[in-house]
Design a protein around this ligand. Structure first.
Ligand code: KG4
Length: 340
């Protein structure tokens, strides 16, 4: 059984994963409310909160500890003080339990998280079921990253496309801030957009050329700022749902256009979606439509595993067995072309 620790940003999380049974126990403590008044994550505050939360979360895992055969931890990317605390906690656990420690790349874990439901449905048949779905194209959309990643038959990950500026979640959060909504604003924009008409306000679609897979979201917030400058307070209140709907539509359109373009060559046997923005129902359904049209199954991370969580870290440590297990802190870690 793998016990995993995640603390890369503003969620402290632990999970225990048994390859024969699946996720045995998991817990996430979110700090979002504490960071809300600052309009973003404050690294110093986040690391203090991890320091107090992790030992409390660990108490919930007391009964699982004797069965642990490996400890896993997020080594990056993420905030240095936050990652360091998780690694210190995991290293202490590894030493006291006398079990090896595996460092996990957080982005690899987001890619693997789309396969967790497949494993849960049939743990014994997982390897063969996954094999049939490779090469796989993963759309990873979170507050810090927007990536299209190919997971090959040899489990190598290759970045097919990434954003040249803001991540999709960042675009949601920055847009929300301009609209006067609290951080993190993605889910709130989605809720308000439900009553809006997306065609009333038009926002740019980043890099429109179909063959160019790069994403770009920073122009969106500039466009929103210009639109807001033209509105009185009363008009803003009236237009709020429509602005949210138009803004969300621009993000969804860009994500689906680039995903569809990457699938066009026909080399992928499945499509995945994961990361915090994968919680968004419009994103999920639009990506689902692309998958249906291209005739590939969609593997969507469960809502509870879209945002940062330790279950995907434990699962990735197992799914990536055979990779280097180095657990040194790597705040700037990216996905390399090779398997690391
Ligand atoms: O993966 P995640 O929890 O954190 C990291 O970036 O590591 O993703 C958080 C991001 C935030 O930007 C948040 O606004 C966005 O995911 N998000 C959403 C929704 N739920 C979370 N964006 C749009 N619609 C949502 N329902």
């Amino acid at each position: 059984m793998i016990l995993a620790v995640e603390s890369s940003c503003d969620e402290s999380a632990l999970a225990a994963f048994d390859p024969a049974r699946g996720i045995v126990r998991e817990t996430v403590s979110s700090q979002a409310a504490a960071h809300e008044k600052y309009g973003g994550v404050v690294p110093d505050l986040a690391s203090r909160m991890h320091l107090s939360a992790l030992p409390l979360l660990l108490e919930e895992f007391w009964d699982e500890l004797p069965a642990v055969t490996r400890v896993a931890v997020t080594r990056g990317p993420g905030l240095l003080p936050c990652l360091s605390l998780g690694i210190a906690c995991a290293r202490a656990l590894s030493l006291s339990l006398g079990r090896p420690l595996t460092g996990v790349n957080h982005l690899r874990a987001h890619v693997h998280s789309s396969f967790m439901a497949l494993h849960a449905a049939d743990p014994a048949g997982f390897a063969a079921a996954r094999e049939a779905l490779l090469p796989h194209l993963a759309l990873v959309v979170s507050g810090g990253n927007s990536l299209l990643v190919e997971l090959g038959r040899d489990l190598a990950m290759r970045v097919v496309a990434r954003t040249v500026d803001d991540a999709a979640g960042e675009a949601f959060d920055k847009g929300a801030k301009l609209l006067g909504l609290p951080y993190p604003g993605g889910a709130l924009i989605e809720r308000l957009a439900a009553d809006g008409d997306a065609s009333r306000h038009r926002f740019p679609r980043g890099i429109p050329e179909r063959a160019d897979l790069r994403m770009s979201f920073s122009g969106l917030k500039t466009a929103l700022r210009y639109q807001l400058e033209k509105l009185s307070d009363a008009e803003l209140r009236r237009e709020m749902p429509h602005l949210c709907a138009g803004y969300q539509r621009a993000i969804v359109d860009q994500l689906t256009a680039k995903t569809d373009s990457a699938l066009e060559a026909g080399r992928h046997r499945s499509l995945g979606i994961s990361g915090g923005v994968a919680n968004n129902a419009s994103v999920r359904s639009a990506v689902g439509k692309i998958a249906r049209e291209r005739g590939v199954p969609l593997l969507a991370a469960a809502p509870s595993h879209c945002g940062d969580n330790a279950a995907m870290i434990a699962f990735a440590a197992w799914a990536d067995a055979g990779l280097p297990t180095d657990a040194s802190v790597t705040p700037e870690a990216q996905l390399a072309v090779d398997r690391t």
